[in-house]
Design a protein around this ligand. Structure first.
Ligand code: X5A
Ligand code: ZN
Length: 678
């Protein structure tokens, strides 16, 4: 089992800079690398990573994505004077060359390939390469947008060639469209390219029709190119999350990649002068962690853009923390995507419906009359900067004005708020007498004796029928000490075997009395859940097979499925498209997952579920399992082990319809459930 996070940093890549006055290129500076690395050192993250060395890429590797003519042209820049460099640079769009550019571009690509090697050879599980020049705009015979060689595109071709990797997912979260990468794989179904980008109806650089949502790939690659054009600035955490939950993640599970490459530009983060977006640094920890259960954990994060040094470096640190398995801070801000983001997401889903199973059951249609379109066309003659400011104001007034006041001040206070300390122990286990292979890595917690009276007060109205059951008190005797340890931050998560699913409700109640302000209780299987259905502290989602008339409130959400067999696909898609949106809105401080036995869900599906749920509540999750034979798998997932990939599953149509109905009823209250404008 591969472990550890690789980190690549090398000062060689700082040895080029802009030599003449050229405002569009003035932001791409060497300090982007050193500032990121210094911040990683400052937080003690460098010493926790495995340093990987760089090398120069060889010509054969460069030519995996570039023409010989272009390679020779770039090579010739090494001996040019400033005038010649200037003339050469102006052959292309928004890029500059320096005598060291060629060398740096070879090291930047070589570093990327070193990371791919380390991950593919299991020397590390995942890793990040801090490189420049960036790559995703460069094309077969063209430099573009600060990019010389297309590091990530070449890395994908290299992995296919060197390791026979059959399916590669490229996630491009840079704020610009990586058109170079799109062109490289348009006709290739083995590389799924996902990019979100500032677009503003083609008003934003590189102003290409090719960046719109209806460009989906060609030939056998049709359906494997995913563009998410943002038509407004000011997109924030909820918008990015919605794109992941409603588009990228279900597609990625269906695609089932063997390797994930991230074109990690942080110009999509708050404070960036290019992006003018609002996502805060911890958002990138969420994005990263959400990708980690895929591809057996094989995740290579490669730097692209990012021009606000503070925002860039904090975001890099958040990404590395997630790669290391640290708990991710909760997301700030109201978890509601904006109308423009919802329109984009709806259009992307509509255009991709023919190509992806998980979209088959949605009644998706296009939004032709986009809320922002008329305006933007009206502004065409005007100056685009002021139009962007107006949009930003509308989108997120508080964030943006804060930023304008004093960005560093905002960032200082923000980071103080979000930085969380990881409990020393990751996973605890209530004494269960099992022989488990990873027991030595868990803390064993002693059970205690619980009196009936202690439990009775937890449930208002005093429905005490359950309390007659001796098993319940025994279970709670194991569960309460675990909750104590989790809420006191002595351990991050825990697992316990209990014959009674209803103990989950008592556990949820108990945790609100010992400090958890909000709890998510997710129950898989039939059980009587004795809880106050209007208690806004506890959000209950229960999935079960038997039809009945359970009352529903915004805080008690029964999901009743038709067949009681093979729910793996249904559960996974429900988690992504329904439960996580709810849960992000609830912002729980503890997640309790109660798993029944014989519920038609395989162990590794539960492992994915537990991994994904750890993006919530700083990873504080208690799993209560009826079946003791699941403990091994659950424990491994709680410990952060990589998970074997899931066979592509589908959401069954009748179950999809259940979600459609629930979404309609609940989306007013839980705003992140909105994935269409109707
Ligand atoms: C890698 C990257 C941006 C180029 C912007 C040119 N390039 N206006 O972020
Ligand atoms: Zn960019």
């Amino acid at each position: 089992m591969a472990s550890g996070t690789g980190l690549i940093y090398n000062e060689q890549m700082m040895s080029y800079n802009l030599l003449w006055d050229y405002p569009v290129c003035s932001i791409e500076i060497p300090e982007r690398l050193s500032a990121s690395y210094e911040k990683l050192k400052y937080y003690g993250l460098v010493e926790r990573c495995i340093p990987l060395s760089v090398r120069e890429a060889i010509e054969e590797e460069i030519m995996l994505a570039h023409s010989l003519d272009y390679l020779e042209a770039v090579k010739s820049t090494a001996s040019m004077n400033v005038e010649e460099l200037k003339t050469f640079s102006y052959n292309y769009g928004d890029v500059y060359f320096h005598p060291n550019s060629y060398h740096c571009a070879k090291v930047s690509l070589g570093a990327t390939l070193q990371l791919v090697d380390a991950v593919m050879l299991d020397r590390v599980r995942n890793g990040m390469a801090l490189v420049r020049p960036p790559g995703h705009h460069s094309q077969k015979s063209e430099a573009c947008g600060f990019c010389v060689f297309n590091n990530v595109a070449i890395a994908a071709k290299y992995a296919k060639q060197a390791y026979g990797t059959k399916r590669i997912l490229i996630v491009d979260w840079d704020v610009h469209h990586g058109q170079g990468t799109q062109y490289a794989f348009e006709e290739d179904p083995s590389v799924l390219y996902f990019s979100w980008h500032r677009y503003e109806h083609q008003q934003f650089w590189p102003n290409l029709k090719d960046s719109d949502y209806d460009v989906v790939g060609k030939g056998s690659g049709t359906g494997f190119n995913i563009n998410i054009p943002w038509n407004k600035v000011g997109m924030g955490n909820a918008d990015y999350l919605a794109a992941f939950l409603y588009i990228l993640l279900p597609m990625a599970y269906e695609f089932n990649p063997e390797l994930i490459l991230v074109s990690a530009g942080f110009d999509s983060a708050i404070g960036d002068p290019e992006g003018e977006m609002c996502a805060t640094p911890e958002c990138f920890a969420h994005l990263t962690q959400l990708l980690m259960p895929l591809a057996n954990g094989k995740l290579c994060v490669v730097l692209e853009g990012g021009y606000n040094l503070r925002s860039l470096s904090e975001s890099v640190c958040m990404t590395v923390r997630a790669l290391l398995g640290d708990p991710v801070p909760p997301l700030v801000g109201q978890m509601a995507p904006c109308i423009s983001a919802i329109e984009t997401i709806q259009n992307v889903r509509a255009v991709h419906q023919p190509y992806w199973n998980y979209l088959k059951n949605h009644d998706s249609f296009f939004i032709e009359d986009l809320s922002t379109k008329k305006r933007n066309i009206g502004i065409e003659e005007g100056n685009s900067e002021s139009s962007a400011a107006t949009n930003a104001e509308e989108k997120n007034i508080t964030m943006v004005s804060k930023v304008n006041q004093d960005f560093d001040e905002f960032m200082d206070s923000h980071m103080k708020k979000v930085l969380v300390l990881a409990p020393r122990v990751r996973t605890a286990l209530a004494s269960c007498g099992e022989k488990l292979t990873r027991l030595d890595q868990c803390l064993q917690v002693e059970e205690k004796k619980i009196a009936m009276e202690e439990v009775g007060v937890l449930i208002s109205g005093g429905d005490c029928a359950h309390l007659k059951d001796e098993n319940l008190l025994l279970s709670l005797g194991k569960i309460f000490p675990l909750i104590d340890k989790i809420t006191k931050r002595e351990v991050r998560n825990g697992v316990v075997v209990s014959p009674m699913l209803s103990s989950g409700a008592f556990a949820a109640r108990y945790s609100t009395t010992v400090g958890a302000s909000r709890v998510l209780l997710l129950v898989l299987g039939e059980a009587d859940i004795p809880t106050d259905k209007d208690d806004e502290k506890i959000l209950v989602v229960q999935i079960y097979g038997k039809q009945d008339e359970k009352r529903q409130s915004n805080y008690y959400i029964p999901i009743c499925w038709k067949e009681n067999n093979e729910w793996d696909g249904d559960l996974l898609y429900t988690l992504l498209e329904f439960i996580l949106p709810l849960a992000y809105g609830h912002r729980p401080e503890l997640v309790i997952l109660a798993v029944g036995s014989n519920i038609g869900i395989q162990a590794f599906t539960l492992a994915h579920l537990t991994h994904l749920l750890q993006v919530l509540a700083e990873g504080r999750i208690l799993v209560i399992s009826r079946a003791s034979d699941l403990v091994e798998t659950l424990m491994s997932s709680l410990l952060g082990d990589p998970i074997s990939t899931m066979r592509p599953f589908a959401l069954k149509q009748e179950n999809a319809l259940v979600l459609v109905k629930l979404r309609r009823e609940l989306k007013q209250h839980w705003k992140l459930l909105q994935n269409s404008v109707n």
